[in-house]
Design a protein around this ligand. Structure first.
Ligand SMILES: NC(=O)c1ccc[n+]([C@@H]2O[C@H](COP(=O)([O-])OP(=O)(O)OC[C@H]3O[C@@H](n4cnc5c(N)ncnc54)[C@H](OP(=O)(O)O)[C@@H]3O)[C@@H](O)[C@H]2O)c1
Length: 332
């Protein structure tokens, strides 16, 4: 094959809907490396809820939007197929910001080699954004203590499932909020959570009360949605709320009203939002924290794989429809 495909963003999702009308697929000639460069053939591309934000013309967010006409932003893993850079050899598997493209030319900056024994899926499911986000949010801001109760929304997702397993390994009582009975069964029976709430079918207030007899000390928020109000009202004194994501609101026309703040005063609760780009310089320490849990077999993960760059849009929508069972990865 002498040509490859890349997908550029050409329109903004003003109504919050993601579809092929936002993108243009371009056929290009496979490039050669110049001095100092590598050519990477992408094999596994990450699809993340944040991509919707990156497509929007929001200049006040933690990262600038993708400019119209530019290749859509994403991270991914690929194999070096040509190298004129002494730091990389042909055959090296590398991870970095690849974009929605089958091939990438780079000077190597921002690309890291996968360590021996780490598969592409494991890299993207655990050691990339999901694990780093879970570790940052939980330890920098959640400050979990043995014997406390933690609740995590989006609990069967790539970030939420790791948050819950880390907290379980640290001796907390862990409850997960999910959108299906299958996901509830997976987090309880496979991952060892102490309980699950199906936010679509359960009586939220009653189920929350029965599963949190000692109330809640740490609330790791990945989704938003009506259960947020109930959780805030069930927090303990000096509880910590870590705001990682609000996927229920990303496509909403109007942001949903937040919970009442009086409990924050009465219970002296801390709320902290965070975004990973502020923490890239902490990656070595974050990996040092996360890796022993993985080595001890305490972190299980599952990847939801779909194939072909043409299905990137479809895959991204699955995250907003709850159709993904595990970290959403596009195999090329
Ligand atoms: N702050 C940061 O730096 C950072 C970094 C990474 C991710 N995040 C955020 O963390 C959250 C999780 O990301 P992820 O990559 O791990 O995705 P994920 O949880 O693997 O996938 C998204 C999940 O969100 C749930 N969901 C979708 N619509 C929902 C709704 N209306 N109400 C409640 N749940 C809904 C679905 O699960 P159900 O089937 O259970 O509904 C879906 O599977 C996202 O909000 C993301 O933006 C933040």
């Amino acid at each position: 094959m002498s040509t490859y495909k890349e997908i550029a963003l050409v329109k903004r999702p003003d109504d919050g809907k993601i579809g092929p009308h936002l993108f243009e697929t371009r056929e290009k000639t496979i490039p050669s490396a110049k001095d100092g460069e590598i050519v990477i053939k992408q094999t596994h591309m990450s699809l993340d809820p944040a991509m919707l934000g990156w497509m929007s013309d929001d200049r006040e967010s933690y990262i600038p939007p993708v400019e119209l006409g530019d290749v859509m932003r994403s991270s991914g893993v690929g194999e070096v197929v040509e190298s004129k850079n002494g730091d990389f050899a042909v055959g090296d598997k590398v991870m970095g910001m690849t974009g929605w493209s089958e091939y990438v030319v780079s000077n190597g900056r921002g690309f890291n080699k996968l360590r021996a024994g780490i598969s592409e899926e494991m890299a993207l499911c655990v050691f990339a954004l999901p694990g780093l986000t879970a570790t940052t949010g939980l330890y920098n801001f959640g400050k979990p203590k043995q014997g406390e109760t933690l609740i995590v929304t989006g609990a069967a997702g790539s970030v939420g499932s790791i948050v819950g397993q880390l907290a379980k390994a640290d001796g907390l009582r862990v409850i997960g909020v999910v959108g299906s009975d299958d996901k509830a069964e997976w987090i309880v029976n496979e991952l060892g959570f102490d309980g699950a709430i199906n936010y679509k079918t359960d009586d939220l207030k009653e189920k929350l009360k029965s599963l949190t007899p000692d109330r809640i000390d740490v609330f790791f928020e990945n989704t938003g949605g009506p259960i947020q109000h109930h959780i805030v009202n069930r927090m303990n004194e000096h509880g910590r709320i870590v705001v990682c994501g609000m996927i229920a609101d990303y496509q909403a026309e109007k942001p949903s009203p937040g919970p009442n703040w009086i409990p924050l005063i009465k219970k002296r609760i801390t709320i902290q939002g965070f975004a990973m780009p502020d923490h890239w310089n902490e990656i070595p320490q974050l990996l040092e924290k996360l890796t022993p849990y993985v080595q001890q077999g305490k972190i299980k993960y599952r990847a939801h794989i779909i194939e072909g760059l043409d299905h990137a849009c479809e895959g991204l929508n699955m995250l907003f429809e709850g159709k993904n069972t595990g970290k959403m990865i596009l195999k090329l």
